[in-house]
Design a protein around this ligand. Sequence first.
Ligand SMILES: *Cc1c(COP(=O)(O)O)cnc(C)c1O
Length: 412
Amino acid sequence: MSTVESHPSPLREQDTEVASWLQREDKRQRTTLTLIASENHCSAAVREACQSRITDKYAEGYPSRRYYGGCEVADGIEDLARQRAMQLFGATHANVQPHSGSTANLAALLALAGPNGRIVGMSLKAGGHLTHGYAKNHSGMLFDARQYGVDKDGRIDLDEVRDLVREHRPQVVIAGGSSYSRNIDYAAFAAIAHEFGARLMADIAHPAGLVAAGLVPSPIGHADVVTMTTHKTLRGPRGGMILANDEAHKAINSSVFPGHQGGPLMHQIAGKAVAFGEALRPEFRDYQRRVLDNSRHLAQVLSQNGLSIVSGGTDNHIVLVDLRGTDVTGADVEERALAAGLSVNKNAVPEDPRPPLITSGLRLGTAAVTTRGFGTAEIDQVAQIVLGLVRGEDPERYRSVVQDLCEAHPLP
Ligand SMILES: *Cc1c(COP(=O)(O)O)cnc(C)c1O
Protein backbone atom coordinates (compact mmCIF):
# COMPACT_ATOMS: atom_id res chain seq x y z
CA MET A 1 0.00 0.00 0.00
CA SER A 2 2.09 2.89 -1.22
CA THR A 3 -0.76 5.14 -0.04
CA VAL A 4 0.18 4.21 3.51
CA GLU A 5 3.54 5.83 2.95
CA SER A 6 2.68 8.87 0.89
CA HIS A 7 -0.77 10.11 1.97
CA PRO A 8 -2.42 10.94 5.26
CA SER A 9 -3.48 7.61 6.66
CA PRO A 10 -6.08 7.24 9.42
CA LEU A 11 -4.85 3.69 9.89
CA ARG A 12 -1.19 4.61 10.31
CA GLU A 13 -2.09 7.42 12.67
CA GLN A 14 -4.36 5.28 14.80
CA ASP A 15 -2.75 1.87 14.67
CA THR A 16 0.86 1.66 13.64
CA GLU A 17 1.03 -2.04 14.37
CA VAL A 18 -1.61 -3.11 11.85
CA ALA A 19 -0.50 -0.44 9.38
CA SER A 20 3.06 -1.69 9.43
CA TRP A 21 1.99 -5.31 9.00
CA LEU A 22 -0.05 -4.32 5.97
CA GLN A 23 2.81 -2.28 4.60
CA ARG A 24 5.01 -5.32 5.00
CA GLU A 25 2.51 -7.46 3.09
CA ASP A 26 2.38 -4.86 0.36
CA LYS A 27 6.15 -5.00 0.06
CA ARG A 28 6.16 -8.79 0.19
CA GLN A 29 3.77 -8.98 -2.74
CA ARG A 30 5.62 -6.36 -4.75
CA THR A 31 8.97 -8.10 -4.29
CA THR A 32 7.82 -11.72 -4.68
CA LEU A 33 6.81 -13.57 -7.81
CA THR A 34 3.63 -15.41 -6.94
CA LEU A 35 3.49 -18.81 -8.58
CA ILE A 36 0.92 -20.16 -6.13
CA ALA A 37 -1.78 -21.46 -8.46
CA SER A 38 -4.66 -20.35 -6.24
CA GLU A 39 -3.49 -16.73 -5.96
CA ASN A 40 -3.74 -13.74 -8.23
CA HIS A 41 -3.58 -9.94 -7.95
CA CYS A 42 -6.94 -8.19 -8.29
CA SER A 43 -7.18 -4.71 -9.76
CA ALA A 44 -6.98 -1.45 -7.82
CA ALA A 45 -10.62 -0.83 -8.78
CA VAL A 46 -11.67 -4.13 -7.16
CA ARG A 47 -9.70 -3.27 -4.01
CA GLU A 48 -11.31 0.17 -3.86
CA ALA A 49 -14.81 -1.34 -4.03
CA CYS A 50 -13.91 -3.83 -1.29
CA GLN A 51 -12.83 -1.15 1.14
CA SER A 52 -15.97 0.97 0.63
CA ARG A 53 -18.37 2.03 3.34
CA ILE A 54 -20.95 -0.58 2.34
CA THR A 55 -19.01 -2.97 4.59
CA ASP A 56 -21.16 -1.45 7.35
CA LYS A 57 -24.47 -2.50 5.80
CA TYR A 58 -26.61 -5.44 6.86
CA ALA A 59 -28.55 -6.91 3.95
CA GLU A 60 -29.80 -10.35 5.01
CA GLY A 61 -32.05 -11.80 2.32
CA TYR A 62 -31.89 -11.18 -1.42
CA PRO A 63 -32.52 -8.06 -3.57
CA SER A 64 -36.06 -6.70 -2.94
CA ARG A 65 -36.60 -9.32 -0.20
CA ARG A 66 -34.39 -8.05 2.62
CA TYR A 67 -34.79 -8.35 6.35
CA TYR A 68 -33.30 -4.87 6.89
CA GLY A 69 -34.25 -1.40 5.70
CA GLY A 70 -32.00 0.88 3.69
CA CYS A 71 -30.94 -1.83 1.24
CA GLU A 72 -31.62 0.04 -2.05
CA VAL A 73 -27.91 0.37 -2.77
CA ALA A 74 -27.15 -3.18 -1.64
CA ASP A 75 -29.93 -4.39 -3.97
CA GLY A 76 -28.51 -2.44 -6.88
CA ILE A 77 -25.00 -3.78 -6.33
CA GLU A 78 -26.03 -7.38 -5.77
CA ASP A 79 -28.29 -7.36 -8.85
CA LEU A 80 -25.48 -5.95 -10.93
CA ALA A 81 -23.08 -8.62 -9.66
CA ARG A 82 -25.63 -11.38 -10.35
CA GLN A 83 -26.46 -10.12 -13.85
CA ARG A 84 -22.81 -9.77 -14.81
CA ALA A 85 -22.05 -13.25 -13.43
CA MET A 86 -24.89 -14.80 -15.43
CA GLN A 87 -23.76 -13.02 -18.58
CA LEU A 88 -20.16 -14.03 -18.01
CA PHE A 89 -20.90 -17.74 -17.65
CA GLY A 90 -24.12 -18.00 -19.70
CA ALA A 91 -25.99 -19.12 -16.59
CA THR A 92 -29.63 -18.53 -15.65
CA HIS A 93 -29.15 -18.12 -11.87
CA ALA A 94 -26.27 -16.79 -9.78
CA ASN A 95 -25.82 -16.48 -6.04
CA VAL A 96 -22.98 -14.08 -5.25
CA GLN A 97 -23.30 -14.20 -1.45
CA PRO A 98 -21.02 -17.10 -0.40
CA HIS A 99 -18.18 -15.69 1.69
CA SER A 100 -15.71 -18.18 0.25
CA GLY A 101 -15.39 -21.20 -2.00
CA SER A 102 -15.65 -23.53 0.99
CA THR A 103 -18.84 -21.87 2.16
CA ALA A 104 -20.28 -22.10 -1.35
CA ASN A 105 -19.50 -25.81 -1.48
CA LEU A 106 -20.98 -26.65 1.89
CA ALA A 107 -24.14 -24.65 1.13
CA ALA A 108 -24.49 -26.39 -2.24
CA LEU A 109 -23.85 -29.86 -0.83
CA LEU A 110 -26.38 -29.34 1.96
CA ALA A 111 -28.94 -28.10 -0.57
CA LEU A 112 -28.48 -31.07 -2.87
CA ALA A 113 -27.64 -33.97 -0.56
CA GLY A 114 -29.07 -32.89 2.81
CA PRO A 115 -27.39 -33.74 6.14
CA ASN A 116 -26.13 -37.34 6.18
CA GLY A 117 -26.51 -37.50 2.42
CA ARG A 118 -24.08 -39.35 0.19
CA ILE A 119 -21.49 -37.60 -1.96
CA VAL A 120 -18.71 -38.63 -4.33
CA GLY A 121 -15.76 -36.31 -4.99
CA MET A 122 -12.07 -36.35 -5.86
CA SER A 123 -9.77 -37.25 -2.98
CA LEU A 124 -7.56 -34.58 -1.49
CA LYS A 125 -4.50 -36.69 -2.21
CA ALA A 126 -5.34 -36.90 -5.90
CA GLY A 127 -5.92 -33.15 -6.20
CA GLY A 128 -9.46 -32.66 -4.89
CA HIS A 129 -10.40 -30.03 -2.30
CA LEU A 130 -10.97 -30.39 1.45
CA THR A 131 -14.66 -29.62 0.93
CA HIS A 132 -15.15 -32.54 -1.46
CA GLY A 133 -15.52 -35.09 1.34
CA TYR A 134 -12.17 -35.09 3.16
CA ALA A 135 -12.60 -36.88 6.50
CA LYS A 136 -11.44 -33.96 8.67
CA ASN A 137 -13.53 -31.39 6.79
CA HIS A 138 -17.22 -30.92 7.63
CA SER A 139 -17.97 -32.29 4.16
CA GLY A 140 -16.49 -35.59 5.31
CA MET A 141 -18.32 -35.47 8.66
CA LEU A 142 -21.78 -34.34 7.54
CA PHE A 143 -21.93 -36.61 4.51
CA ASP A 144 -21.18 -40.20 3.74
CA ALA A 145 -18.38 -39.44 1.30
CA ARG A 146 -16.57 -41.68 -1.14
CA GLN A 147 -13.62 -40.48 -3.14
CA TYR A 148 -12.16 -41.15 -6.57
CA GLY A 149 -8.51 -40.63 -7.48
CA VAL A 150 -6.52 -40.31 -10.67
CA ASP A 151 -4.91 -43.03 -12.79
CA LYS A 152 -1.16 -43.55 -13.06
CA ASP A 153 -1.00 -40.86 -15.78
CA GLY A 154 -2.52 -38.36 -13.36
CA ARG A 155 -5.91 -38.26 -15.12
CA ILE A 156 -9.44 -38.80 -13.83
CA ASP A 157 -10.58 -42.30 -14.71
CA LEU A 158 -14.28 -41.99 -15.59
CA ASP A 159 -14.76 -45.75 -15.28
CA GLU A 160 -13.60 -45.53 -11.68
CA VAL A 161 -16.00 -42.62 -11.09
CA ARG A 162 -18.89 -44.57 -12.63
CA ASP A 163 -18.17 -47.70 -10.55
CA LEU A 164 -18.05 -45.61 -7.39
CA VAL A 165 -21.31 -43.81 -8.21
CA ARG A 166 -23.06 -47.08 -9.10
CA GLU A 167 -21.97 -48.61 -5.83
CA HIS A 168 -22.44 -45.65 -3.47
CA ARG A 169 -25.57 -44.08 -5.06
CA PRO A 170 -24.73 -40.53 -3.95
CA GLN A 171 -27.11 -37.59 -4.23
CA VAL A 172 -24.21 -35.46 -5.45
CA VAL A 173 -21.18 -36.11 -7.63
CA ILE A 174 -18.49 -33.42 -7.50
CA ALA A 175 -16.26 -32.68 -10.50
CA GLY A 176 -13.29 -30.38 -10.02
CA GLY A 177 -10.08 -30.08 -8.06
CA SER A 178 -7.35 -27.88 -6.69
CA SER A 179 -4.31 -29.30 -8.40
CA TYR A 180 -5.82 -30.92 -11.47
CA SER A 181 -4.22 -29.50 -14.60
CA ARG A 182 -6.35 -31.27 -17.20
CA ASN A 183 -9.69 -30.44 -18.75
CA ILE A 184 -12.68 -32.15 -17.21
CA ASP A 185 -15.31 -33.84 -19.36
CA TYR A 186 -18.39 -32.37 -17.69
CA ALA A 187 -20.79 -34.00 -20.16
CA ALA A 188 -19.43 -37.43 -19.22
CA PHE A 189 -19.59 -36.60 -15.51
CA ALA A 190 -23.19 -35.41 -15.89
CA ALA A 191 -24.14 -38.58 -17.76
CA ILE A 192 -22.74 -40.70 -14.92
CA ALA A 193 -24.41 -38.65 -12.19
CA HIS A 194 -27.77 -38.48 -13.92
CA GLU A 195 -27.76 -42.17 -14.87
CA PHE A 196 -27.82 -43.00 -11.15
CA GLY A 197 -30.15 -40.20 -10.07
CA ALA A 198 -27.46 -37.94 -8.63
CA ARG A 199 -26.92 -34.24 -9.26
CA LEU A 200 -23.63 -32.98 -10.67
CA MET A 201 -21.85 -30.18 -8.84
CA ALA A 202 -18.89 -28.75 -10.77
CA ASP A 203 -16.38 -26.87 -8.62
CA ILE A 204 -14.46 -24.56 -10.94
CA ALA A 205 -12.71 -22.62 -8.14
CA HIS A 206 -9.41 -22.79 -10.01
CA PRO A 207 -10.22 -22.46 -13.72
CA ALA A 208 -13.22 -20.06 -13.35
CA GLY A 209 -11.45 -17.27 -15.25
CA LEU A 210 -10.46 -19.61 -18.07
CA VAL A 211 -14.03 -20.94 -18.21
CA ALA A 212 -15.42 -17.38 -18.32
CA ALA A 213 -13.05 -16.58 -21.19
CA GLY A 214 -14.21 -19.69 -23.08
CA LEU A 215 -10.71 -21.19 -23.16
CA VAL A 216 -11.43 -24.41 -21.25
CA PRO A 217 -14.68 -26.43 -21.28
CA SER A 218 -17.58 -24.96 -19.32
CA PRO A 219 -19.78 -27.09 -17.05
CA ILE A 220 -22.80 -24.84 -17.74
CA GLY A 221 -25.53 -26.92 -19.36
CA HIS A 222 -24.10 -30.14 -17.88
CA ALA A 223 -23.76 -29.54 -14.15
CA ASP A 224 -26.85 -28.82 -12.04
CA VAL A 225 -24.83 -26.50 -9.84
CA VAL A 226 -21.48 -24.80 -10.39
CA THR A 227 -19.48 -23.46 -7.46
CA MET A 228 -16.36 -21.34 -7.62
CA THR A 229 -14.09 -18.87 -5.90
CA THR A 230 -13.85 -15.36 -7.29
CA HIS A 231 -10.19 -14.76 -6.38
CA LYS A 232 -8.19 -17.37 -8.31
CA THR A 233 -8.00 -17.17 -12.11
CA LEU A 234 -11.19 -15.07 -12.09
CA ARG A 235 -9.05 -12.32 -10.52
CA GLY A 236 -11.69 -10.77 -8.30
CA PRO A 237 -11.84 -10.21 -4.55
CA ARG A 238 -11.70 -13.14 -2.13
CA GLY A 239 -15.08 -14.86 -2.16
CA GLY A 240 -17.36 -17.55 -3.51
CA MET A 241 -20.23 -17.86 -5.98
CA ILE A 242 -22.77 -20.48 -7.03
CA LEU A 243 -24.46 -20.81 -10.42
CA ALA A 244 -27.51 -23.04 -10.57
CA ASN A 245 -29.95 -24.34 -13.14
CA ASP A 246 -33.70 -23.60 -13.00
CA GLU A 247 -34.40 -26.71 -11.00
CA ALA A 248 -31.75 -26.25 -8.29
CA HIS A 249 -31.58 -22.49 -7.80
CA LYS A 250 -34.30 -22.08 -5.16
CA ALA A 251 -32.76 -24.75 -2.95
CA ILE A 252 -29.33 -23.15 -3.43
CA ASN A 253 -30.57 -19.69 -2.46
CA SER A 254 -32.24 -20.87 0.73
CA SER A 255 -29.25 -23.00 1.60
CA VAL A 256 -26.91 -19.98 1.38
CA PHE A 257 -29.37 -17.76 3.29
CA PRO A 258 -30.87 -18.52 5.78
CA GLY A 259 -29.32 -21.98 5.73
CA HIS A 260 -25.63 -21.27 5.95
CA GLN A 261 -24.89 -17.54 6.33
CA GLY A 262 -26.33 -14.39 7.86
CA GLY A 263 -25.60 -11.01 6.31
CA PRO A 264 -23.74 -11.00 2.99
CA LEU A 265 -20.37 -9.20 2.76
CA MET A 266 -21.69 -6.36 0.61
CA HIS A 267 -18.26 -4.77 0.13
CA GLN A 268 -16.94 -8.05 -1.29
CA ILE A 269 -20.03 -8.32 -3.51
CA ALA A 270 -19.27 -4.81 -4.81
CA GLY A 271 -15.74 -6.03 -5.58
CA LYS A 272 -17.17 -9.11 -7.32
CA ALA A 273 -19.37 -6.86 -9.50
CA VAL A 274 -16.31 -4.83 -10.52
CA ALA A 275 -14.29 -7.98 -11.26
CA PHE A 276 -17.11 -9.50 -13.35
CA GLY A 277 -17.30 -6.22 -15.29
CA GLU A 278 -13.57 -6.53 -15.99
CA ALA A 279 -13.96 -10.16 -17.01
CA LEU A 280 -16.63 -9.20 -19.57
CA ARG A 281 -14.13 -7.04 -21.45
CA PRO A 282 -12.10 -8.39 -24.39
CA GLU A 283 -8.79 -7.70 -22.56
CA PHE A 284 -9.72 -10.36 -20.02
CA ARG A 285 -9.83 -13.02 -22.72
CA ASP A 286 -6.39 -11.88 -23.92
CA TYR A 287 -5.11 -12.11 -20.35
CA GLN A 288 -6.45 -15.64 -19.95
CA ARG A 289 -4.94 -16.63 -23.28
CA ARG A 290 -1.55 -15.47 -22.00
CA VAL A 291 -2.11 -17.41 -18.75
CA LEU A 292 -2.51 -20.55 -20.84
CA ASP A 293 0.42 -19.79 -23.17
CA ASN A 294 2.59 -19.18 -20.12
CA SER A 295 1.63 -22.37 -18.31
CA ARG A 296 2.12 -24.51 -21.41
CA HIS A 297 5.48 -22.88 -21.95
CA LEU A 298 6.48 -23.40 -18.32
CA ALA A 299 5.53 -27.10 -18.48
CA GLN A 300 7.42 -27.50 -21.73
CA VAL A 301 10.66 -25.85 -20.58
CA LEU A 302 10.66 -27.75 -17.28
CA SER A 303 10.08 -31.09 -18.95
CA GLN A 304 12.61 -30.44 -21.73
CA ASN A 305 15.11 -29.93 -18.93
CA GLY A 306 14.39 -33.21 -17.26
CA LEU A 307 11.60 -32.49 -14.77
CA SER A 308 8.59 -34.73 -14.85
CA ILE A 309 5.17 -33.07 -15.10
CA VAL A 310 2.13 -34.93 -13.74
CA SER A 311 -0.08 -35.98 -16.70
CA GLY A 312 2.71 -34.87 -19.04
CA GLY A 313 1.55 -31.26 -19.40
CA THR A 314 -1.32 -28.90 -18.69
CA ASP A 315 -4.63 -27.65 -20.11
CA ASN A 316 -5.00 -24.79 -17.63
CA HIS A 317 -2.96 -22.41 -15.44
CA ILE A 318 -1.55 -25.21 -13.24
CA VAL A 319 1.72 -27.07 -13.73
CA LEU A 320 2.19 -29.92 -11.26
CA VAL A 321 5.83 -30.98 -11.07
CA ASP A 322 6.65 -34.51 -9.91
CA LEU A 323 9.95 -34.40 -8.01
CA ARG A 324 10.19 -38.14 -7.36
CA GLY A 325 13.02 -38.56 -9.87
CA THR A 326 15.15 -35.88 -8.11
CA ASP A 327 16.89 -35.75 -4.71
CA VAL A 328 14.61 -33.00 -3.40
CA THR A 329 11.16 -32.90 -1.82
CA GLY A 330 8.34 -30.42 -2.37
CA ALA A 331 9.11 -28.83 1.01
CA ASP A 332 12.81 -28.38 0.06
CA VAL A 333 12.00 -26.55 -3.15
CA GLU A 334 9.28 -24.46 -1.52
CA GLU A 335 11.78 -23.22 1.06
CA ARG A 336 14.56 -22.55 -1.46
CA ALA A 337 12.12 -20.77 -3.76
CA LEU A 338 11.04 -18.42 -0.96
CA ALA A 339 14.67 -17.54 -0.32
CA ALA A 340 14.99 -16.64 -4.00
CA GLY A 341 11.77 -14.56 -3.94
CA LEU A 342 9.43 -17.02 -5.60
CA SER A 343 6.28 -18.05 -3.82
CA VAL A 344 5.35 -21.61 -4.84
CA ASN A 345 3.68 -24.43 -3.01
CA LYS A 346 4.59 -27.98 -2.29
CA ASN A 347 1.87 -30.40 -3.34
CA ALA A 348 1.26 -34.11 -3.19
CA VAL A 349 1.57 -35.96 -6.50
CA PRO A 350 -0.56 -39.04 -7.29
CA GLU A 351 0.52 -41.90 -5.00
CA ASP A 352 2.94 -39.64 -3.20
CA PRO A 353 5.10 -41.70 -0.82
CA ARG A 354 5.89 -38.64 1.34
CA PRO A 355 3.66 -37.10 4.05
CA PRO A 356 1.49 -34.03 3.23
CA LEU A 357 3.81 -31.55 4.97
CA ILE A 358 6.77 -32.75 2.86
CA THR A 359 5.34 -34.08 -0.45
CA SER A 360 7.09 -34.98 -3.69
CA GLY A 361 5.55 -32.31 -5.84
CA LEU A 362 5.40 -28.66 -6.63
CA ARG A 363 2.26 -26.88 -7.79
CA LEU A 364 2.99 -23.88 -9.99
CA GLY A 365 0.44 -21.51 -11.49
CA THR A 366 0.78 -18.71 -14.02
CA ALA A 367 -2.27 -16.54 -13.22
CA ALA A 368 -0.57 -14.04 -10.88
CA VAL A 369 2.65 -13.49 -12.85
CA THR A 370 0.61 -13.09 -16.05
CA THR A 371 -1.34 -10.32 -14.29
CA ARG A 372 2.05 -8.64 -13.77
CA GLY A 373 2.53 -8.79 -17.54
CA PHE A 374 4.74 -11.84 -17.88
CA GLY A 375 5.05 -13.44 -21.30
CA THR A 376 6.95 -16.53 -22.37
CA ALA A 377 10.34 -14.73 -22.22
CA GLU A 378 9.90 -14.00 -18.50
CA ILE A 379 8.51 -17.51 -17.97
CA ASP A 380 11.78 -18.86 -19.42
CA GLN A 381 13.64 -17.02 -16.68
CA VAL A 382 11.30 -18.38 -14.02
CA ALA A 383 11.73 -21.92 -15.37
CA GLN A 384 15.52 -21.58 -15.24
CA ILE A 385 15.30 -20.47 -11.61
CA VAL A 386 13.05 -23.41 -10.68
CA LEU A 387 15.44 -25.81 -12.45
CA GLY A 388 18.41 -24.29 -10.63
CA LEU A 389 16.70 -24.59 -7.25
CA VAL A 390 15.83 -28.24 -7.89
CA ARG A 391 19.49 -28.88 -8.83
CA GLY A 392 20.51 -27.38 -5.50
CA GLU A 393 21.92 -24.00 -6.58
CA ASP A 394 22.13 -21.36 -3.84
CA PRO A 395 18.79 -19.45 -3.85
CA GLU A 396 20.64 -16.19 -3.10
CA ARG A 397 22.08 -16.38 -6.61
CA TYR A 398 18.62 -15.69 -8.00
CA ARG A 399 17.45 -12.93 -5.70
CA SER A 400 18.55 -10.06 -7.91
CA VAL A 401 17.09 -11.58 -11.09
CA VAL A 402 13.77 -12.01 -9.28
CA GLN A 403 13.92 -8.42 -7.97
CA ASP A 404 14.61 -7.10 -11.47
CA LEU A 405 11.63 -9.05 -12.81
CA CYS A 406 9.42 -7.68 -10.01
CA GLU A 407 10.50 -4.10 -10.65
CA ALA A 408 10.03 -4.38 -14.40
CA HIS A 409 6.52 -5.81 -13.87
CA PRO A 410 4.77 -3.90 -11.10
CA LEU A 411 1.56 -5.05 -9.43
CA PRO A 412 -1.77 -3.63 -10.65
C1 LIG B 1 -9.73 -22.93 -3.46
C2 LIG B 1 -10.76 -23.96 -3.59
C3 LIG B 1 -11.93 -23.93 -2.83
C4 LIG B 1 -12.15 -23.08 -1.59
O1 LIG B 1 -11.97 -21.79 -1.61
P1 LIG B 1 -11.79 -20.93 -0.26
O2 LIG B 1 -12.26 -19.59 -0.74
O3 LIG B 1 -10.37 -21.00 0.11
O4 LIG B 1 -12.68 -21.49 0.79
C5 LIG B 1 -12.94 -24.84 -3.13
N1 LIG B 1 -12.78 -25.74 -4.10
C6 LIG B 1 -11.65 -25.83 -4.82
C7 LIG B 1 -11.55 -26.86 -5.88
C8 LIG B 1 -10.60 -24.95 -4.58
O5 LIG B 1 -9.47 -25.07 -5.27
